[in-house]
Design a protein around this ligand. Structure first.
Ligand code: GLA
Length: 399
């Protein structure tokens, strides 16, 4: 016969089990390489609509982006306006007259995947209804709409615990039975690299927002810190490499390539560095009207192959000298992808030594230029290049 204590004990075990993640949730095996796609925020902010999103999906399919590996079309903030009497989230009827499911269907029909945005707090960053208290209800709604990816933000969360909030949303998503990528967006505040993987996050923002600038941090209107230029982000990202791997990635924020405030040299550097960092490659420009140069950057298959390498190692900075830097990422076949970065205002020769790569000096290796798409020949012990101001030389060194 069970005693009262025994019953309590069994009850507490079953509660513990139901809160823990099941060993084989539907989200297992997602994002084995860094997610690639497009998101509305960097270019359009709150100016989203079904027409624009569907056109962007069409452009992704037609422009060579899909062929290059881009997959997720994600609506960021401002698609939602209220909750109905039952608490269901309501999409803006003016901007999404056919509803979110119709947009998802359009995206899926192109062989792409569909993503959406919400927030762990009472309101999103743009003041729309957040998911607090509605996590399971929202997850069920997303699954009904056939959502494949959720970016979950952190504004208006008061004293909520980040780890618990994201674990709750992951459990809610998994409970629907649909595999949904969870993109944790709490800007590195509670060091999500320490717990993001454990709570089932597939990527986590490790910094504040990116801005379309090469360098420089600016405070938000409320005085909090900061929006970051490309160089500010890579400086914060370096050192986090041990936390990234297949299924769980550090996210230095979405791409600004093609948004107009950097030069093409700087955009090429931005893209190369994101690839070395095994960062999610989420384009943030208008795909309907991009220039040939922007398209060439975003669809450089050799650079994308570095980002998407199956080993899933995030690269790191191995040398810093007078504004010249060497960043290295080990690839699955044992070769190394390398970015020589010139932060200076004038051209600079940057030297890479095999020891920087973990190779012995006497080794002879082939060097291939990933932007020129050509082999540069065989080198022993070292390789150097003259790098343009704010530019990179990106190579693979293959013994
Ligand atoms: C935060 C996020 C951004 C974007 C906006 C939307 O700032 O970090 O990426 O999602 O909110 O309001």
């Amino acid at each position: 016969m069970l005693t009262r204590i025994g019953v309590l004990f069994l009850l507490s075990i079953s509660v513990t089990f139901s809160l823990a993640q099941s060993p084989n949730p539907p989200s297992a095996g997602l994002a084995l390489t860094p997610p690639m796609g497009w998101n509305s925020w960097n270019k359009f902010a709150c100016n989203v609509s079904e027409e624009m999103i569907e056109q962007m999906a069409d452009a992704m399919a037609q422009s060579g982006m899909k062929d290059a590996g881009y997959q997720y079309v994600v609506i960021d903030d401002c698609w939602q306006v209220s909750r109905d009497a039952e608490g269901n989230i309501v999409a803006d009827p003016q901007r999404f007259p056919h509803g979110i499911k119709a947009v998802a269907d359009h995206v899926h029909a192109l062989g792409l995947k569909f993503g959406i945005y919400s927030d762990a707090g009472v309101k999103t960053c743009a003041g729309r209804p957040g998911s607090l208290g509605h996590e399971y209800q929202d997850a069920r709604q997303y699954a009904k709409w056939e959502v494949d990816y959720l970016k979950f933000d952190w504004c208006n969360t008061s004293t909520q615990d980040a780890r618990a909030a994201y674990a709750l949303m992951r459990n809610a998503l998994d409970a629907t039975g649909r595999p949904i990528v969870l993109s944790i967006c709490e800007w590195g505040t509670a060091k999500p690299w320490l717990w993001g993987k454990e709570v089932g996050g597939n990527l986590w923002r490790s910094t504040g927002d990116i801005r379309d600038e090469w360098v420089g941090r600016t405070k938000w209107p409320d005085g909090s810190c900061c929006a970051n230029g490309v160089l500010d982000i890579i400086d914060q990202e370096n050192g986090l490499e041990s936390y990234a791997g297949p299924g769980h990635w550090n996210d230095p924020d979405m791409l600004e390539v093609g948004n107009g405030r950097m030069t093409n040299t700087e955009y090429r550097s931005h893209f190369s560095l994101w690839a070395i960092l095994a960062a999610p490659l989420i384009a943030g420009n208008d795909l309907r009207s991009m220039t040939a140069e922007t398209r060439e950057i975003l669809t450089n298959k050799e650079v994308i192959a570095v980002d998407q390498d199956a080993l899933g190692m995030q690269g790191r900075r191995v040398k810093q000298e007078n504004g010249g830097e060497v960043w290295v990422k080990q690839l699955k076949d044992g070769s190394r992808a390398v970015v020589l970065l010139n932060r200076n205002e004038k051209e600079q020769e940057i030297r890479l030594q095999w020891e920087d790569l973990g190779y012995p000096h006497h080794l002879t290796a082939a060097v291939r230029d990933l932007w020129e798409h050509k082999s540069l020949g065989s080198f022993t012990g070292e390789f150097s290049a003259k790098v343009a101001p704010h530019g990179v030389e990106m190579v693979v060194v293959q013994p």
